[in-house]
Design a protein around this ligand. Sequence first.
Ligand code: KG4
Ligand code: ZN
Length: 334
Amino acid sequence: MLLLGIESSCDDTAAAVWEDGTVRASVVSSQADLHEEYGGVVPELASRNHQRLIVPVVQQALTEAGVDAEALDAVAVTYGPGLPGSLLVGVSFAKAFARGLNVPLIGVNHLEGHVYSVDLEPPRPDRPFVCLVASGGHTELVHVDEGFRHEVLGRTRDDAAGEAFDKVAQLFGLGYPGGPDIDRHAESGDPTFHDFPRSRLDDLDFSFSGLKTSVLYFLRDRSDAERERLLDDHLDDLCAAVQAAVVDVLVDAVRRALDETEAEEVAVVGGVAANSELRRRMEGLGHDEGVGVSTPDLAYCMDNAAMIAQAGAQRLAAGHASPRTLDADSNLQL
Ligand code: KG4
Ligand code: ZN
């Protein structure tokens, strides 16, 4: 089974060629530099750039894989959730491409793509497993069982974990997206430098807006000179303290989800799963609780099309091809 995967839900244009469980090529063209000066993704700019990049990115994936388009058995594409104008570019392209090749089209939920990114490389976690999907747009705890049975155990009520990193990074004067910068600075920082709030809700939902506000007040309550000195002398410590607060909240919720579901496997996926402290803490949790922990390769944590092909292949095998009339759905839920 040879599949082309396409992903364009936010600001990355991505295509991948997947064959029988092996990724033969995965191309991601990030627009992060373009959006950096605005401190976030500008939807109109994103869709225009997807439009410009989609053909060359797909072409590059086919070339890198050494595959002729005519050899493809199916096309899988993200059809939601995401930015409407961005999704439409990938969906329209995939519909036309699949029709031209006369092969099945498989619409994939972006979050499902992140969930099934854990199956891209062995060991594949046994079902059922608890999956933390933590990215710039989403923070969800999902119970995943065979047959695409997904139960959402909790989700964020306001900001996503990655969004919290990105907003705080902006307050610290770091680049966009800020998660990787915070991770890097935190490496040599002292996480106990300041005790930022950890919101623990009664259920398995998350809330990260309080953390962002608390960092804002922490900086605002100082003179300009004092703030400048603090950011010069203690940026690493501040990053470590913020990272510790986010990671504590995520790991605590995963622990409670494991208790609640009695699952014996856990996976962490999405851009925030690239965070080194979260990966370390999840390893520790796996050890303490005696559960298996899966995290995708770093390249498959961020948005990519290999995960879309992986989920699409599993959907196709289960007989879930999409109609030719597939439409983008920006508010699609798991
Ligand atoms: O999955 P992803 O590429 O796109 C979405 O679906 O949102 O996730 C991007 C998010 C950004 O918020 C980024 O700051 C965060 O993942 N991120 C990280 C790290 N690498 C990426 N956050 C913390 N630590 C990292 N190392
Ligand atoms: Zn994503």
